[in-house]
Design a protein. Sequence first.
Length: 131
Amino acid sequence: TLEHIISGTGLTKILHKNGFKGELSEMMKKHKDEILFEKILADWKSSFAMVMADVQLTYRPETIFISGGCGRKLIEEDETFIKNLEKNAKQILLEKHFPRIAKNLEIKKMLYEDARTRGAAMYAQRLLESA
């Protein structure tokens, strides 16, 4: 599933398959300057941005919240992760000729519990608005 790729667990599995060992946060510190590690991370971030662009194109949420281990670990190691993810997803949408959809894309980090609550509330609000 998508969760097995575009997640901290997914990234960890990809790294392990390529010979890296340990937890994601350990690998981020230990291998951050290695060419293969950086290539894998860049490809993974690119895939993540494509998924975010597709989510925006398909569902048009007001905001996409990134939470869980992936968000925490990557944001701890790279404070520009969310900003770059949003920028790259917008660029993908612009290249697909969807400027209005790109303009409305917003990605934010959020604690796991807050993301579940916020997502449920927004879903309920949309159901009420469409009724």
